[in-house]
Design a protein around this ligand. Structure first.
Ligand code: SAM
Length: 276
């Protein structure tokens, strides 16, 4: 039996780990004969979850960010982190890395960079402040570093086994499958008003792009993810007061998950599920 992951095997901002349980429960409305298309695949966590519930179903994961490249680099990432761990073994955990330790850490990163591809996002989790991600060497040489070294190796064995991987704009993927019988679309676009600097699409997601995604929900089976921070729900409620047929969530089932980042930063993540 392959391993079940309740979160992505590598750090990924916006992964739907808090919804895995609710998502699995709602998936029971379907079966192996459905086709699942993960339009905004991200870390692939939703695709993985569908496969774990319906091993025989066809699941298409849109790997727009090339997360696969990060998975393929895990061996190298573990080697870099093991070297960092050795360098910092006597250094206090959670503390700023300064002086010769900082110089040594940066030399190690420069060396790794010269050798080829480095999964900077994952390295960030070990030597940057929590939730602060870099995507290139400069994001480390120009920033304060902290000793948050991960103590165990990363592992993604079997994570995307038998999932079909594509890499394209969500619109063309949707057009390819929108007429298919028994298709379910997983729709988890970047949030409006959140930091998406670790995604390849920075700059693309303006209000209009965000609203255009709603067209894929019309007359389809879908799971749609959003947050009360994005105000899309409020906007759709307003639309429904103007035209009762225009609210794409009118007959969908809503599930909320409350998140407390700190006692001041609270928000609600929302999943809408609609089955025709
Ligand atoms: C909120 S994340 C998805 C998270 C995912 N459901 C998970 O659990 O890991 C949104 C993803 O959409 C991707 N994306 C951005 N623009 C896109 C586009 N035009 N077409 C498809 N995906 C896009 C982003 O790069 C990001 O990976």
């Amino acid at each position: 039996m392959s391993k079940n992951y309740n979160q992505a095997p590598l750090p990924f901002q916006g992964q739907k780990r808090r919804f895995v349980k609710h998502f699995k429960e709602s998936l029971l409305n379907y079966n192996d004969s459905y086709l699942f298309v993960d339009l905004f695949g991200g870390s692939g966590l939703l695709s993985h979850t569908v496969k774990s519930v319906f091993p025989k179903a066809k699941v298409i994961y849109n790997d727009y960010d090339n997360f696969k490249q990060r998975l393929n680099a895990i061996e190298n990432t573990n080697i870099i982190i093991a070297k960092l761990r050795e360098l910092l073994k006597d250094y206090p955990r959670g503390k700023r890395i300064t002086g010769t330790h900082r110089d040594k850490v940066l030399n190690l990163l420069k060396e790794a960079d010269n050798k080829g591809y480095v999964d900077w996002i994952t390295i960030s989790s070990s030597i940057k402040f929590s939730m602060n991600y870099g995507v290139c060497l400069k994001d480390f040489t120009n920033d304060t570093l902290y000793n948050n070294i991960k103590l165990s190796d990363y592992n993604a064995d079997g994570y995307l086994q038998d999932v079909e991987i594509v890499n394209k704009d969500y619109k063309s993927l949707f057009n390819q499958y929108k007429e298919t019988n028994n298709v379910v679309f997983l729709v988890d676009p970047p949030y409006l008003s959140t930091d998406s600097s670790t995604y390849v699409s920075t700059g693309y997601w303006k209000l209009q792009d965000y609203l255009n995604v709603l067209f894929v929900l019309v007359n389809q089976n879908y799971f749609y993810f959003t947050s009360n921070k994005s105000q899309i729900v409020e906007l759709c409620q307003w639309i429904s007061t103007v035209s009762s047929t225009a609210n794409p969530f009118a007959n969908a089932v809503r599930t909320d998950v409350n998140t407390n980042l700190t006692h001041k930063a609270k928000y609600t993540d929302i999943m809408y599920h609609y089955k025709k």
